[in-house]
Ligand binder design. Structure first.
Ligand code: TRP
Ligand code: ZN
Length: 475
């Protein structure tokens, strides 16, 4: 969406395959054998933690997801996913990331296309080469039962079957469990969803609600995400839900709560509205069309900041949890990471939002406390504790959601605030959200912006808080 391929090119070059003509058969008609043309988009965008995630050679603009959940045979799904993309180079073949059920067909520009699956790579060979710069449409149809990613240190994520349907939480690389996708936050795209479910069930997804069409024993729910979105933030929740609809000023707020937690629907909805109003004062204009929440039943005990509608999986969120996921709408979703190593730009910021919520006395009584007090409490912890290790700017893949990314990341922002003062600090947060809105950015860009706005040299501060071993002592 955002011209990522331009930036990705250098990192991708090594992965681009140059295909030589097979045997130099002079009689081969150009256009019949795609290999004649040369270039296949690379497998992977060169992310330091997920080298195979995403693909080079094209840039996706829009995904249209047409999915039917039959409710039969424990979660059978039938889907057609349309991918609108632009070729960054001439392409004789390109790949998408996909780990879902059996594919029944693939077309490119309406014509059947050859395809091959190898692990999570779905390689598509269109009948004709796609010239550089051209937009093209690929449609992938599949049927079967999607499921989560295989269990690893990052827990359970991807397509998750539930008691009464399914819910999707895909951070960091679970989107291919249900979507053929360019699975990297540096290639954001808009989405439309048409989710058909048996009568009695409901489907909720990202963004703005569209039509609800009842036909026969089925209901189709339309949703649209009109702002560029990273693939890990795409969600659908299918099941029974208690719905709440309201507004935070101009912004429609839509909340869906599983019947198991129905007694808390009103509170989650109200708190979300209150938090949107507060966060707009803190971080600037809310970056998307709608807000809300999904509270569903799988016992994952974590949440994900799925765009416009965070999912809380297996619990009713506290105020601070809601503030955290809401802050991600600015920090993580509207401004996305360009590579996963910079994940502290999401988690450190969302955690610091929780500290600010307390500080501003938004949460009363014994929870009152300034960010300075929270910082000091953590700073007293020993240097070898998980507050400080590993350094949040280079956490390593298995600790990318570790305590230090959240806490030392937030402490880094507090150290910045102490150094530059409140005026410059809040100007930095707002300017970060404003300049990179709908885009993706990196840690060095944040350092430069902070230096520009504060007029100070902040190299030592960020070096100490993001990259130094153990507890930062001097900065
Ligand atoms: N980003 C989520 C949050 O901070 C947490 C999260 C999502 C997560 N997926 C994860 C943590 C996978 C560990 C593993 O709310
Ligand atoms: Zn978070």
């Amino acid at each position: 969406m955002n011209g990522v391929w331009v930036r990705a090119t250098a990192a991708t070059t090594a992965a681009v395959l140059l295909v030589t003509t097979g045997g130099g058969d002079a009689s081969a008609v150009p256009g019949e054998d795609p290999a004649d043309y040369g270039v296949i988009g690379g497998f992977g965008l060169g992310d330091p933690y997920f080298p195979h995630a995403g693909n080079g050679g094209y840039d996706v603009q829009h995904y249209d997801v047409d999915l039917t959940y039959s409710g039969r045979k424990g979660g059978e799904v039938d889907a057609a996913v349309t991918v609108n993309a632009r070729a960054a180079q001439s392409l004789s073949a390109f790949s998408l990331d996909f780990r879902g059920p059996a594919i029944s067909s693939v077309t490119v520009e309406g014509r059947p296309a050859r395809h091959e699956r190898d692990g999570q790579e779905l390689m598509i060979i269109p009948p004709r080469m796609i010239p550089a710069g051209q937009t093209f449409t690929a449609v992938v149809r599949y049927a079967g039962r999607p499921g989560p990613m295989p269990d690893g240190p990052l827990g359970t994520y991807g397509w998750i079957p539930t008691r009464d349907g399914a819910v999707v939480l895909s951070q960091p690389d679970g989107a291919p469990t249900w979507l053929p996708v360019n699975d990297h936050p540096s290639d954001k795209a808009t989405y439309s969803f048409r989710i058909t479910v048996p009568k009695g069930l409901r489907a909720v997804a990202n963004g703005r609600p569209g039509r609800v069409v009842r036909r026969g024993g089925r209901t189709t729910y339309e949703w649209a995400e009109d702002s560029p979105m990273a693939s890990y933030l795409a969600t659908v929740a299918i099941g029974r839900f208690r719905m709440r609809r309201g507004r935070a000023g101009r912004i429609p707020v839509i909340t869906a709560v599983d019947p198991k937690f129905r007694g808390s629907a009103e509170r989650v909805h109200r708190t979300t509205i209150k938090a949107v109003r507060w966060a707009e004062k803190m971080f600037g204009r809310y970056p998307f069309a709608t807000a809300g929440a999904v509270v569903d039943d799988p016992q994952l005990d974590y949440a994900l900041e799925t765009q416009e509608r965070p999912v809380y999986a297996g619990f009713v969120p506290s105020e601070e949890f809601i503030v955290h996921e809401l802050a991600h709408q600015w920090f993580g979703n509207s401004v996305s990471v360009r590579n996963w190593r910079d994940i502290w730009l999401n988690e450190g910021f969302a955690t610091y939002a929780e500290w600010l919520w307390r500080e501003r006395g938004e949460r009363g009584g014994r929870h009152r406390g300034t960010a300075e007090q929270v910082f000091r409490r953590y700073y007293r912890m020993p240097g070898d504790s998980s507050v400080f290790r590993p350094p949040p700017g280079v956490p390593g893949r298995k600790d990318m959601f570790g305590f230090s990314v959240y806490t030392r990341g937030a402490m880094c922002l507090h150290a910045l605030r102490r150094r530059v003062g409140d005026r410059a600090f809040f100007a930095i947060l707002r300017e970060w959200a404003r300049t990179h809105r709908d885009g993706s950015a990196t840690t060095p860009e944040f350092v430069r912006l902070s230096e520009r706005i504060s007029g100070r040299d902040l190299d030592g501060l960020f070096r100490a808080w993001l990259y130094g071993k153990g507890k930062p002592r001097r900065w």
